[in-house]
Design a protein around this ligand. Sequence first.
Ligand code: GDP
Length: 194
Amino acid sequence: MDVHNVELTISAVDPAQYPAEGYPEIALSGRSNVGKSSLINTLINRKNYARTSSQPGKTQTLNFYNIEDELYFVDVPGYGYAKVSKKDREKWGKMIEKYFETRSELRGVISLVDARHEPTELDCQMIEFLHYYNLPILVVGTKIDKIARGKWNKSESIIRKKLKLYPEDEVVLFSAVTKTGKDQVWEWIEKHTN
Ligand code: GDP
């Protein structure tokens, strides 16, 4: 999709605040610093629209981005900040659980992992959770510009194996620097929202 119009419609904490138009939604999740804002900005052709979503101590919200009055990107706050208190972690868990469990507009989840490293335990838990809810999954391996092309296949198979992906789960290697993978990510989004 060639995106011109994007609007951050709402930063929601509560289901009552979720948008009501009924547009299909694609959620994006990943640990803090994985490159989620950079992926969103690349997809919508902006330099700095989506900000780094979660810093310790900041309110954790689901950010709904209206894309061309056709669909929403739902930016799920990053997980895995050691500094976040147990109480905040629980709050985060409840908020996203409620969203993933009950949101009928949700068509699929883009789960980001850093392609330079093995997926973490928290990355694995996220996939397990998404499998449990039967949600279509696209795993995006980020920062692929930092890996030699000859190692991309290996990187993808480590991701598949470690996350215990199902054959129908898709993987795209991505770089916000070179835009590698951008078209493939859009293809997956369009396939699941049309
Ligand atoms: P977020 O916390 O998941 O939203 O992560 P950001 O998008 O803010 O990115 C975190 C850091 O990784 C920033 O310093 C980015 O410049 C860097 N980064 C993000 N994507 C890429 C990428 O594709 N390649 C490289 N080399 N760096 C990236």
